[in-house]
Design a protein around this ligand. Structure first.
Ligand code: CA
Length: 218
C-alpha cells in the first residue's frame, strides 16, 4: 500500500512517515500542494490543509476531480474543522491535529477497507505480471514497470483474459476509442514498446490476421 503524505512541516512528516513505514506502508512525502498534484497516484493520500503554496482544500478537490483515490484530510483545530466538514471536498475522512499515531492508523485502515470493498477485480495477475487497475500500476516479478496511459490500457485489456486473442478492432475501440478499421500501426508501436518494457517479446503474441494475445511468462 502506497501512501502520499502531503505535509510541509518536517517535525510532523518525518516521524509520521517513519511510523507508517514500520506498519508496512510505502510512503512518499511531499511538502507542497503542487508536488502533491504532480505525484503519481497512491493508494491513499494523507493531506495537510495548511500548505505553503496553495490551500489544501484546493489540492483535495483537484485530486478528487481526477481520481477516486482515498483522501484523509489533516486539519488544525477549531474553525478549520467546520470548514472541512461544511465544504464538499470529497475527502473520505479527516483527523484533527494533534492526533495520535494509533488513531490515524485506525482511520487509514478503515478508509482503505471501505474504499476497496466493491473493487474485488482491481488486480489482474498473469504469470509474473501484476496489474493494479485502480492505482494503474504494473509490476513484473515485483518490480514496477513504467507505462504510458495507452500502454497500460492495452496491457490491462489483454490481461483481462490472458491467453484469449483480442482483435485489433476491439483494441482500437477499447483503448483508442476509435472505430477506425484502417491500418493499425499505432497498435503495433505500442505493442513493440510494451514487449520491450516487459523484457521478453513472448509476453505479447501476434496472431496474424486476428489480433493479439497475452502469453503469460513466469
Ligand atoms: Ca502544514
Amino acid at each position: 500500500m502506497n501512501i502520499l503524505l502531503v505535509e510541509d512541516e518536517d517535525a510532523i512528516a518525518a516521524p509520521l512517515a517513519e511510523g507508517l513505514r514500520r506498519e508496512g506502508f510505502a510512503v512518499e512525502r511531499v511538502a507542497t500542494g503542487s508536488a502533491a498534484l504532480a505525484a503519481r497516484l497512491p493508494d491513499l493520500v494523507l493531506l495537510d490543509l495548511r500548505l505553503p503554496d496553495m490551500d489544501g482544500t484546493e489540492v483535495c478537490q483537484r485530486l478528487r476531480a481526477r481520481s477516486d483515490v482515498p483522501i484523509i484530510v489533516v486539519t488544525a483545530k477549531g474553525e478549520e474543522v467546520d470548514r472541512v466538514v461544511g465544504l464538499e471536498l470529497g475527502a473520505d475522512d479527516y483527523v484533527v491535529k494533534p492526533f495520535g499515531f494509533r488513531e490515524l492508523l485506525a482511520r487509514i485502515r478503515a478508509v482503505l477497507r471501505r474504499t476497496q470493498r466493491g473493487t474485488p477485480d482491481a488486480r489482474l495477475v498473469a504469470g509474473s505480471l501484476e496489474i493494479d487497475l485502480r492505482a494503474r500500476r504494473v509490476a513484473l516479478a515485483g518490480s514496477e514497470v513504467e507505462l504510458t496511459p495507452k500502454e497500460f490500457d492495452l496491457l490491462a485489456l489483454l490481461a483481462s483474459d490472458p491467453g484469449a486473442v483480442v482483435g485489433r478492432e476491439h483494441i482500437l475501440r477499447e483503448v483508442w476509442k476509435t472505430d477506425w478499421f484502417g491500418p493499425t500501426k499505432t497498435v503495433d508501436v505500442h505493442v513493440a514498446s510494451l514487449r520491450k518494457k516487459l523484457g521478453d517479446p513472448r509476453w505479447i503474441e501476434t496472431v496474424r490476421g486476428v489480433g493479439l494475445r497475452l502469453a503469460p511468462q513466469s
